[in-house]
Design a protein around this ligand. Structure first.
Ligand code: NAI
Ligand code: MG
Length: 353
C-alpha cells in the first residue's frame, strides 16, 4: 500500500473526463493513493473572479504530486486561465522542466505513414519558467499613431544551464544524442546566449553527441527524419511549438503526455496531457484518455514507482495494439470510459494486483 497524497485539478472540458480515467488507472496499479480534488477552473473563475483562491499555491504545496486535466473554456480569455493557474503553479513549485515524450505508440497510425514505433521516439525537454513567456513589456502610446507593444524575453544563466544540463542527463539515459533548438540568426541576443551555454555545458558530456538546429529546420526534421532525433532541448516557446507539432505527427493530441518537473523535489511536480480542454468535443464522453493516463504514468515514475509506471505504459501499448477499444480520434467508436477501463483492467493484471 502506498501512502502518496496526490492533488487533482480536473479543470475544464475534457480535462474532467480524462482525469477520471487516469485516476482509475493509477488506482489499478497502486492501491491506496489518497486523492484530493480541487475544482479550480474557468467555471470557478466565472463564479468568483479567480481561477484559484489566493492561497492556492499554499494549499497544493504539501502534496506529493499534482495531476492536472486542462483549463480553458470559451468565454474566459486564454491568458486568464493560463496566467491565473498554470503558469503561477509551474513557477511557484520550481517546475522548470517541461518533459514531453513523443512516441509512435503501437497500433496507432502516424501522419507519417509507414513509420513504426522504432522510428519515432523523441523526448522534448522544454524550459518551463522563463524565456519568451515573460510579463515584461507593455503597450505604449495606446490609441495614438505611434502606438507600439514590447514583449521582452528573459534568459538567465541559471535558467539556461539547469534545463540544458537536465536534457544532457536524460540523453545519457537514452541514445546519447541531444539536439538544441536555436534561432540565433533571428533572435540575435537571446539565442546566441542560449547557444553559448549549450556549448559550455556540452563539454561536461563528451559522451553525448550534440547538434544545434534552427527551430524551423528542426520542425521539418521532426516530420522528415524523426529517426535521427533522440532528446531535444528548447526554450519555453520553441519547446511548446515543437511538442504540439511532434504530437500531431504521432497521431494526435489525444496521445501526448507531459510533466512539469521540479528536479529538486522540494515542491510537487505536476503532470498533464499536452492537449487542452477541447470545447469542441467536451461533454460527449469521447475524448481519448491515453494522453492523461500516460501523464499519470510519468507521475508514477517521478514518485519512484517504476513497476507501476511500466505496467501502465505496457497496458496502454497492448490495448492500442490490439485495437478492440478505440476513441473516435483513433477511428473507433469507443468512449473515454471504455478505453480507460480497458487500460485499467489490463494494468491491474500486469501489475499483479
Ligand atoms: P485542444 O488541445 O483543447 O484541442 C485541439 C483539437 O484536438 C480539438 O479539435 C480537440 O477536439 C482535439 N483533442 C484534444 N485532446 C483530445 C483528446 N484527448 N481526444 C480527442 N481529441 C482531442 O486545444 P485548443 O482547442 O486550442 O484549446 C482549447 C482550450 O484549452 C483553450 O481554452 C486553451 O487555452 C486550453 N488549453 C489548455 C491547456 C492546459 O490546460 N494545459 C493546453 C492547451 C490548451
Ligand atoms: Mg501547448
Amino acid at each position: 500500500m502506498s501512502t502518496y497524497r496526490i492533488a487533482t485539478i480536473p479543470g475544464d472540458g475534457i480535462g474532467v473526463d480524462v482525469t477520471a480515467e487516469a485516476v482509475k488507472v493509477v488506482d489499478a496499479v497502486l492501491p491506496g493513493v489518497e486523492w484530493t480534488e480541487f475544482d479550480w477552473s474557468c467555471e470557478q473563475y466565472l463564479r468568483t473572479g479567480a481561477m484559484m483562491p489566493p492561497d492556492g499555491v499554499r494549499q497544493l504545496a504539501g502534496f506529493d504530486a499534482i495531476l492536472l486535466g486542462a483549463v480553458g473554456f470559451p468565454g474566459v480569455p486564454d491568458h486568464i486561465s493560463l496566467w491565473g493557474l498554470l503558469i503561477p503553479l509551474r513557477r511557484a513549485f520550481g517546475q522548470y522542466v517541461n518533459l514531453r515524450p513523443v512516441r509512435l505508440l503501437p497500433g496507432t497510425e502516424s501522419a507519417l505513414r509507414g513509420r513504426t514505433a522504432d522510428d519515432l521516439d523523441i523526448l522534448i525537454v522544454r524550459e518551463n519558467s522563463e524565456g519568451e513567456y515573460s510579463e515584461l513589456g507593455g503597450t505604449h502610446n495606446p490609441g495614438r499613431p505611434e502606438e507600439f507593444v514590447l514583449q521582452e524575453s528573459v534568459f538567465t544563466r541559471v535558467g539556461c544551464e539547469r534545463i540544458i544540463r537536465y536534457a544532457f542527463e536524460r540523453a545519457r539515459e537514452r541514445h546519447r544524442r541531444l539536439c538544441s533548438a536555436t534561432k540565433s540568426n533571428g533572435l540575435i541576443h537571446s539565442m546566441p546566449y542560449w547557444d553559448s551555454i549549450f556549448e559550455s555545458v556540452a563539454t561536461e558530456y563528451p559522451d553525448v553527441e550534440t547538434r544545434q538546429m534552427h527551430v524551423d529546420a528542426l520542425a521539418a526534421e521532426i516530420v522528415l527524419h524523426p529517426e535521427r532525433l533522440d532528446v531535444i532541448v528548447g526554450s519555453n516557446l520553441f519547446g511548446d511549438i515543437l511538442s504540439d507539432l511532434a504530437a500531431a505527427v504521432t497521431g494526435g493530441l489525444g496521445l501526448a503526455p507531459s510533466g512539469n518537473i521540479n528536479p529538486a523535489g522540494d515542491a510537487p511536480s505536476m503532470f498533464e496531457a499536452v492537449h487542452g480542454s477541447a470545447p469542441d468535443i467536451a461533454g460527449q464522453g469521447i475524448a481519448n484518455p491515453v494522453a492523461q493516463i500516460l501523464a499519470a504514468a510519468m507521475m508514477l515514475e517521478q514518485l519512484g514507482e517504476r513497476d507501476a509506471a511500466a505496467a501502465v505504459d505496457r497496458a496502454v501499448c497492448e490495448i492500442l495494439a490490439e485495437g478492440d477499444v478505440r476513441t473516435p480520434d483513433l477511428d473507433g467508436t469507443g468512449t473515454t470510459t471504455e478505453l480507460g477501463t480497458a487500460i485499467a483492467k489490463r494494468a491491474t493484471e500486469l501489475a499483479g494486483n
